[in-house]
Ligand binder design. Structure first.
Ligand code: ZN
Length: 267
């Protein structure tokens, strides 16, 4: 066997590849712990372009357009802690249970991902081991540490959604995503609906489930944390001024919610 080829299958990330986990303001005082599973669209050098055209690699199938700019601003405004994942969801989706078809998609919306076809179990495992696992291990460790020192923790998973999906325009500006939490999504909806210019989705454009999601079920629900997902429509946060406006709006709303939770002894 050719040693170089054998060696290449041992490791996905090499010299020149960045670490998957990106963190901001780890010492932040806020109870809000922000995550961004689809923050980046970087591809490991070893995977080339996955056989996907550059014009598709900048689309929503590869990442959550605009959410990085919102997350970076919001985390500072709230003095919160952000944990984000830099590699494209086309490499491995950090908000899917490993093993489901959409974890390493061979087709995303209508776009084929040739570099994901016919992968060996070892190749799939390598993506999990080097990207998915470190990201989720870090979130888990941060929650452990916060619990240990009695620091209140409210998990907010940040996402963005495409304005048109399979040709169907989506009317919502923002949506909450949730499953078992009965506290935070209700407060988020109440506050968002108080903003007269917004069309707000209640578990739209997506609802959280154990099969289609990972971060909320595993780090929020299973750990007993108050949690919600937030989805912002991508055309609203394409540029820096949109990202700034949405970060300011969410910071204001989340601060109000924090005050309510505090009053009720929940954060
Ligand atoms: Zn997302």
């Amino acid at each position: 066997m050719d040693l170089d080829i054998a060696g290449a299958t041992d490791q996905l990330l090499g010299e020149g590849d960045i670490p998957p986990v990106h963190e901001v303001n780890a010492a932040g005082a806020s109870p809000f712990l922000l995550t961004a599973d689809h923050y980046g669209r970087v591809l490991p050098h070893a995977l080339g372009d996955l056989g996907v055209a550059e014009s598709d690699l900048v689309r929503h199938i590869a990442w959550d357009i605009g959410i990085a700019g919102v997350a970076e601003r919001l985390v500072k405004m709230l003095d919160a802690h952000l944990i984000a994942q830099r590699y494209s969801r086309l490499v491995i989706d950090c908000n899917r249970p490993p093993g489901v078809a959409s974890s390493i998609p061979i087709i995303s919306e209508a776009t084929a991902i040739p570099g994901n076809e016919s992968l060996s179990a070892a190749a799939k495992q390598m993506r999990r081991r080097e990207i998915f696992d470190p990201y989720h291990a870090r979130i888990g460790a941060v929650i452990d540490a916060r619990v240990q020192v009695g620091k209140p923790t409210v998990l907010v998973a940040l996402h963005s959604f495409t304005p048109v999906y399979y040709g169907e325009p989506r009317p919502w500006h923002i949506g909450t995503l949730y499953h078992r939490d009965t506290v935070l999504p209700r407060l988020m909806l109440q506050h968002l609906r108080g903003e007269s210019d917004l069309v707000v989705g209640d578990n739209q454009p997506y609802a959280v489930s154990d099969i289609t999601d990972y971060t909320i079920p595993v780090h929020g629900e299973a750990r007993g944390l108050i949690n919600t997902g937030i989805e912002i429509r991508q055309d609203l946060i394409m540029d820096e001024s949109g990202q700034q406006q949405w970060a300011e709006r969410l910071a204001r709303i989340l601060r109000e919610i924090e005050a309510t939770l505090h009053k009720e002894g929940m954060a």
